[in-house]
Design a protein around this ligand. Structure first.
Ligand code: SF4
Ligand code: SF4
Ligand code: FES
Length: 447
């Protein structure tokens, strides 16, 4: 059906919330408490719109669309309403944007610039609240910056159902807190930092490391397990340093991770910053090695379909037996996002019919003279005596080996992964070039 927003017809489905229609059609609508995967709470009143036929402005997060609905998000009247609500939100706020880590991605700052721009009317001192409070799981709280949108509280009550956070006190003394001697402690805790629309919740891991406007982002997929949660990789390269990944942020995917990530996956970005040292062999010795009678190769089940395919072709051409074993960790999975299979693309290994029998691999290993490891964790940690081992790797190898070839990690790769539910997803390389070559280029162009 059709509705009219700011005189422009928009198509939508019956029963949709007006705020969803606006967000999905990139119509700017200020909001704090509404979040597409937490739902409506109606507490901030920022999402006011005028609806034709209604006397007073209504909140878009509690308005369901109906055929012919005419709404207006702009105009003198609605601007005045938004400005007044914003003033109320900011009454006791410290407005310390220059030292706030959220600056640059703060809704309060953006709306103030868009709708506010007023002098404070407060003649009494602002209410003081707690600052630098450690909530647990690496989450820091500044109660003075909080706009009490309840997103963090709702996340712990209705999504993780762990209920660590609540609001205590009343009126301008109301503040988010954990109960005394308790902590925010669940494997998804860092999501509250991303959900917080202002600088009240920040991550100890990221805060003060980088101003967000210096960061570039690429659309990628978490390689922490077979769920394949969608992420943004935020990275930066400066005049004085190489490219560095600073964080993973969730990228909304309704079919997989909604707007959330687990903390393990979120913090797994750190591996991407490892500088890998190559110890290449002279070409002649390498050629001799390849003449070895029995060669066996292992490829990481977290490689993209494209990488797996080029390893498979390489192995076929050089008569190398190829295996790929999944990274199973029975203690990792849960009944939500995390899966016991910590490989990003074991479904891809299956699709390409790469041998994944542990028994057959061990037998072949026994008889092999040369082992080639394409970034598989198992062989990076296991010392194999009396055999030559060559690694193509994205992390440093700490055990003795014949040669180590550094290859670009997934931040520098584009490719396809198949997740645990059989969903095929693309991810994209960052715009900075990696020092190490991409595996596919290495195998295809310099066989
Ligand atoms: S801490 Fe952030 S997410 Fe939680 S209620 Fe305050 S503003 Fe909202
Ligand atoms: S559930 Fe798996 S894919 Fe998702 S963020 Fe965690 S480790 Fe990454
Ligand atoms: S977003 Fe609608 S009331 Fe907060």
């Amino acid at each position: 059906m059709k509705i009219i927003v700011d005189n422009i017809p928009i198509e939508c489905q019956e029963g949709e919330l007006l705020i969803d229609v606006l967000i999905n059609n990139s119509v700017e609508i200020p909001h704090f408490c509404y979040q597409q995967d937490l739902g409506a709470d109606g507490n901030c009143r920022m999402c006011m719109v005028e609806i034709k036929g209604q006397k007073r402005p209504q909140i878009a997060c509690n308005t369901f669309v109906c055929e012919g609905l005419e709404a207006s998000t702009k105009g003198k009247n609605i601007n005045e309403v938004q400005r007044s609500i914003l003033e109320l939100e900011l009454l006791n706020h410290p407005v310390d944007c220059p030292i706030c880590d959220q600056a640059g991605e703060c809704k309060l700052q953006d709306y103030y610039m868009n709708y506010g721009l007023y002098e404070s009317h407060l003649s009494t001192p602002k209410t003081k609240k707690g600052k630098h409070i450690e909530l647990g799981s690496g989450v820091m709280l500044d109660q003075e910056r909080c706009v009490l949108c309840m997103r963090c509280v709702r996340f712990t009550t209705s999504i993780t159902k762990t209920g660590e956070l609540g609001v205590i006190g009343r009126g301008d003394n109301a503040r988010v807190a954990v109960a005394p001697n308790h902590a925010l402690n669940n494997p998804y805790a860092l999501n509250v930092v991303e959900l917080c629309p202002v600088g009240a919740l920040t991550s100890k891991d990221f805060r003060f490391k980088q101003r967000v406007w210096f960061l570039d982002s690429s659309k990628s997929i978490c390689h922490g397990c077979s769920r394949g949660c969608n992420i943004f990789i935020d990275y930066n390269e400066t005049k004085y340093s190489d490219e560095k990944v600073y964080r993973f942020r969730s990228r909304r995917n309704k079919e997989i991770n909604l707007s959330f990530l687990c903390d393990f996956g979120r913090l797994s970005y750190k591996e991407l910053n490892e500088k890998v040292i190559s110890t290449p062999l002279p070409m002649e010795i390498l050629k001799d090695l390849f003449k070895s009678e029995k060669k066996v190769a292992m490829v990481s089940p977290s490689m993209s379909l494209q990488q797996l395919q080029s390893v498979q072709t390489f192995c076929k051409n050089h008569e190398i037996e190829l295996f790929s074993l999944p990274y199973i960790d029975e203690s990792f999975g849960d009944d939500w996002l995390k899966t016991n299979d910590k490989s990003a693309n074991f479904a891809g290994v299956k699709e390409l019919n790469i041998n994944s029998s542990k028994e057959e691999f061990e037998n072949s290993l026994e008889n092999a003279n040369l082992i080639i490891n394409f970034d598989h964790t198992l062989l990076k940690e296991r010392e194999i005596k009396d055999k030559k081992v060559i690694h193509f790797t994205t992390t440093n190898i700490k055990i003795p080996s014949e040669a180590v070839f550094a290859i670009a990690n997934f931040a520098h790769e584009s490719g396809t992964l198949i997740n645990c539910d059989g969903l095929r997803q693309e991810f994209y390389a960052s715009k900075y070039k990696s020092e190490a070559p991409r595996l596919t280029e290495l195998l295809e162009k310099r066989p």
